[in-house]
Ligand binder design. Structure first.
Ligand SMILES: NC(=O)c1ccc[n+]([C@@H]2O[C@H](COP(=O)([O-])OP(=O)(O)OC[C@H]3O[C@@H](n4cnc5c(N)ncnc54)[C@H](O)[C@@H]3O)[C@@H](O)[C@H]2O)c1
Length: 301
């Protein structure tokens, strides 16, 4: 059956440009009503342009959809409240939140200023908390919610010169890991997107010959699926872009038991300690994913 978001309400941050705009348009195409949030900052997060969010609202309205614009700065705690309130005041619910707003302040670690560190953490990581924190009571009350947090391979794999950004983006994976547990009994699915797309953020970083098939519209369908009622997966990092889709996961290996080990024992057993043989994905600190899924299937949920 075709994916439908008819009657559903979504909030997308950073929805005025790039990946956020593509996500918003695809959600709208599938029937969702949208809160389009974007403060229209420059590439380094400075400045602002209030027309950026409005332009996407106009695009959605031209498609026959419904949308409202917002210029809330996601780094502010109250912005999350304002965004959720705007959706609930207008449509009475919030089903989907995509925390996607962001910018870069790249610098090698030895030169990174506190401002460069904090600005990135505040927007990418705290911005996601601010939105989830206020959407959560609505999700619990509705017993329904879908969340996508835009992370980056700079965080879960690593990229030179992006200590601030990598830390914030990896932090989103930690936020997902906990939110997925707290949301499970309320039918709230929380996943991360690891995108690859040519946008103003990346066009100078990706060589011209590799920019084909890298439009942000090729990323958005993965998000639409993750945000749909059809999706019952939670806690996944899904990579999307370049016509490619895949999954990234943290695994835990069995390791070995060593009683009262000394540093010399650790050295002697280093290969066994670091072997990934028999490693598995875990649902939580206490349970392997396969065990959790079997339990859920047995419970019929
Ligand atoms: N483009 C890629 O290949 C790529 C790869 C990995 C991760 N990402 C992530 O994807 C997301 C979208 O990036 P993009 O490539 O579309 O960049 P983009 O610059 O085209 O879009 C980001 C949007 O976020 C808005 N924004 C920034 N700070 C904001 C704030 N505090 N409040 C509200 N809006 C704000 C900007 O005004 C901008 O319109 C970002 O989180 C980025 O880190 C992108």
């Amino acid at each position: 059956m075709a994916i439908s978001l008819d009657g559903q309400v979504a909030i997308v941050t950073g929805a005025g440009r790039g990946i956020g705009r593509a996500i918003a348009l695809d959600l709208a195409k599938h029937g969702a009503k949208l809160v389009i949030d974007d403060i229209g900052v420059g590439l380094d997060g400075r400045g602002g342009d209030e027309s950026v969010a409005g332009a996407v609202v106009a695009e959605i309205e031209a498609m026959g959809g419904e949308a409202i614009g917002s210029i809330a700065d996601v780094a502010q705690y109250d912005a999350g409240y304002d965004l959720v309130k705007a959706a609930v005041d207008r449509w009475g619910r919030v089903d989907i939140v995509c925390s996607n707003a962001g910018f870069l302040r790249d610098r090698a670690l030895h030169n990174m200023s506190q401002d460069e560190w904090q600005g990135i953490i505040d927007t990418h990581l705290t911005g996601a908390f601010n939105l989830l924190r206020h959407a959560w009571p609505v999700f619990r009350q509705q017993s329904y919610g879908r969340v996508v947090l835009t992370t980056s391979n700079a965080g879960y794999l690593g990229n030179f010169g992006q200590a601030n950004y990598g830390a914030a983006k990896a932090g989103l994976v930690g936020l997902m890991n906990v939110a997925k547990l707290e949301g499970a009994r309320y039918n709230v699915m929380v996943n991360c997107l690891g995108p690859a797309a040519v946008t103003r953020m990346t066009e100078s970083l990706i060589p011209a010959e590799r920019q084909a098939n890298m439009g942000p519209e090729l990323v958005a369908p993965a998000v639409t699926y993750l945000c749909s009622p059809d999706n019952t997966s939670s806690g996944m990092i899904i990579e999307a872009g370049r016509n490619h889709f895949g999954r990234v996961a943290t695994i835990r290996a069995p390791g070995i038991d060593l009683e009262h080990a000394t540093a010399d024992d650790i050295a002697a057993h280093w290969n066994e300690i670091t072997s990934l043989e028999g490693a598995a994905v875990h649902w939580s600190i206490g349970q392997k994913l396969d065990d959790y899924l079997s339990e859920r299937a047995a419970a019929g949920s």
